[in-house]
Design a protein around this ligand. Structure first.
Ligand code: ZN
Length: 132
């Protein structure tokens, strides 16, 4: 089944450090867009983010209005992309873990993993590292 793992989110050069900023592997591409925009703002903007209710939640945001508006748009985008692999997804209510945005494949993986759900995300992180 792992041979079917979806391709990682599109890479953006020069933002390697932002991988750790993303709370989940599926949203690395989104957070890289935000990091690139922050770096391109003068003076540089900044932000932190976490996953909350199946979408990116930004905090400690510093930057001009257009940058903040970009973050809002990226937050909307995150609610449509799988937290694990970045494929098109919908927000799903999960057993005991609240709302998460998952593609059909990872909705199954997460349900099967149960309390070991962290393994599903760890495998996706490992895959990202191996393809960079
Ligand atoms: Zn997925």
């Amino acid at each position: 089944m792992d041979s079917e793992v979806d391709r990682p989110a599109p890479a953006i050069e020069g933002a390697a450090r932002s991988r750790e900023l993303s709370p989940v592997p599926g949203w690395v591409g989104i957070v890289r867009v935000a990091a690139a925009a922050a770096a391109a703002t003068d003076p540089p903007a900044s932000f932190l983010c976490r996953a909350r209710w199946g979408r990116l939640a930004w905090y400690d945001v510093r930057g001009p209005r257009p940058f903040v508006e970009l973050l809002w748009a990226l937050e909307e985008l995150s609610a449509t992309l799988c937290e694990v692999c970045g494929a098109p997804a919908v927000q799903r209510e999960t057993w005991e873990r609240g709302i998460h945005t998952l593609c059909p494949r990872h909705a199954v993986d997460v349900a099967v993993a149960g309390p070991k759900v962290g393994d599903v995300y760890d495998r996706a992180w490992a895959l990202l590292r191996n393809t960079q």
